[in-house]
Design a protein around this ligand. Structure first.
Ligand code: UGA
Length: 436
């Protein structure tokens, strides 16, 4: 078993650290945020992720997992240091690598024995070469250090399962020493390993994420056309899914993809292409379709209603998808400001996302009320928008819209209901890619 340190205790770093400990490695997770480290030591996870807290506590008690702000102590005798810090998007679409650089410099200045540095964060192709050079430039002791790429493919809400039962592990190395070390670290996971060069590994991450983003935008594009020609996107998707070359996953049309990955990674690949004198037309199209898709229901409702001024608008779902409290690039963040601008009074329900939304849109400054149940949001509402397919929202019956709303007018961005069911209940219902 290896002595592993992980830089960054966000989604990527924390989940990786906990899972390495779970398979038997000795892991120290490092973060500059003292408050976060104190929380982690008390067994409290700063992120909402199924099963994470239990595994964290179990491995902490077993002595295989520790948390610290003292990076010197954590890095100096580590066999491997995994970097899982953020690479936020900059205004021009490029990735901000300053957190990676800080971690790399701290590693260079502290390691006292041969060490493999593994970049887990999503970084533009070629970054690992630069990180290796950067570490070598700042190296204090005469030790061997190499950098490997090991992108992660976890989705929020299923991060632990996605790590422990990953479809594959991608390792990108440019030397036998690094490849063998990383293979050994991953051996106890007992999962398929794809070993490629560093640059290919970096590219796999973008290519995979952007392919999924493309798949969603493609279905949204087809959905919009289905509405115009009298077809039904769910039937179309079902018909497509039997072809194994297409597959049945990620064919759900909706109100656009959000989250911290697809929007960022599509823009980053577009930026990388432009930097290299190439225009990546497919990915650009996915971005354009997605931007338009987020407000497709707002535009439909604007056509149907004379005004939103003074209307009670129920908003069901704020997060970018169920199972997370994350609001990044969520369709709600595009639509709520538009509705507020047009004078709507919003009653918003989300099982876990309200506190985060409130920080951006406090009740004291906006005409928005955060309620504790879908029923409270619907009561007396003139119109309802569904932005996230939480189970709590899916459990609302068609009759509830009819009985609780003042006008049963529903715009569903997640195609939760059957068209006939809503019609039978007397609800005026609009969704994505289906007939009204
Ligand atoms: C995504 C990928 O699925 C992970 O494999 C990847 O590791 C991760 O990004 C990352 O790079 O870190 P995530 O953003 O957590 O994971 O969430 P997804 O479940 O992929 O959903 C992304 C968005 O696509 C959501 O807004 C969701 O509503 C939307 N979506 C997904 C659709 O509109 N239709 C679908 O059929 C599937």
């Amino acid at each position: 078993m290896h002595k592993i340190s992980v830089a960054g205790t966000g989604y990527v770093g924390l989940v990786a650290g906990v899972c390495f400990a779970e398979v038997g490695h000795h892991v120290t997770c490092v973060d500059i945020d003292e408050q976060k480290i104190n929380m982690l030591k008390q067994g409290i996870s700063p992120i909402y992720e199924t099963g994470l807290e239990e595994l964290m506590q179990k491995n902490y008690v077993a002595g295989r997992l520790d948390f610290t702000t003292d990076y010197i102590h954590a890095y100096k005798d580590a066999d491997a240091v995994f970097i899982g810090v953020g690479t936020p998007e900059q205004p021009d679409g490029s990735a901000n690598l300053s957190y990676i650089a800080t971690a790399a410099r701290q590693i260079a200045e502290t390691i006292e024995k041969d060490c493999l540095v593994v970049v887990k964060s999503t970084v533009p192709v070629g970054t690992n070469d630069k990180v290796e050079q950067f570490i070598k430039d700042f190296l204090v002791n005469n030790v061997k250090v190499e950098v490997a790429s090991n992108p992660e493919f976890l989705a929020q809400g299923t991060a632990v399962r996605d790590t422990l039962e990953a479809a594959r592990i991608i390792i990108g190395t440019d030397s036998k020493w690094a490849e063998e070390m990383l293979m050994k670290i991953y051996e106890p996971f007992n999962l398929p390993i794809v070993s490629v060069s560093r640059r290919s590994a970096e590219m796999i991450k973008y290519a995979a994420n952007d392919f999924l983003a493309l798949k969603i935008s493609y279905m949204n594009d087809i959905a919009n056309l289905c509405e115009l020609v009298g077809a039904d996107i769910q039937d179309v998707a079902r018909g497509m899914s039997f072809d194994e070359r297409i597959g049945s996953k990620f064919l759900n049309a909706g109100i656009g993809y959000g989250g911290s990955c697809f929007p960022k990674d599509t823009k980053a690949l577009d930026y990388l292409a432009r930097q290299n004198g190439y225009e990546i037309r497919t990915v650009k199209a996915a971005i354009t379709v997605n931007n338009d898709q987020k407000t497709v229901l707002y535009r439909k409702a604007s056509n149907r209603l004379i005004t939103f001024d003074g209307l009670k608008v129920a908003v069901l779902g704020l997060t970018f998808k169920p199972g997370t409290d994350d609001l990044r690039e969520a369709p709600s963040l595009e639509n709520v400001p538009l509705l507020l601008d047009r004078g709507a009074m919003i009653y918003a329900y989300d099982p876990v996302g309200s506190d985060n939304f409130r920080q951006k849109y406090p009740e004291s400054e906006y005409k928005i009320t955060y309620v504790k149940s879908p029923e409270e949001a619907l009561s007396g509402a003139n119109v309802c928008f569904i932005f996230t397919e939480w189970d709590e929202i899916k459990a609302v019956k068609p009759e509830n819209y009819k009985n609780q709303m003042r006008t049963p007018l529903v715009y569903d961005g997640r195609n939760i209901y059957g068209i006939e069911d809503m019609k039978d209940a007397g609800v005026e219902y609009y969704s994505i890619g289906r007939q009204a």
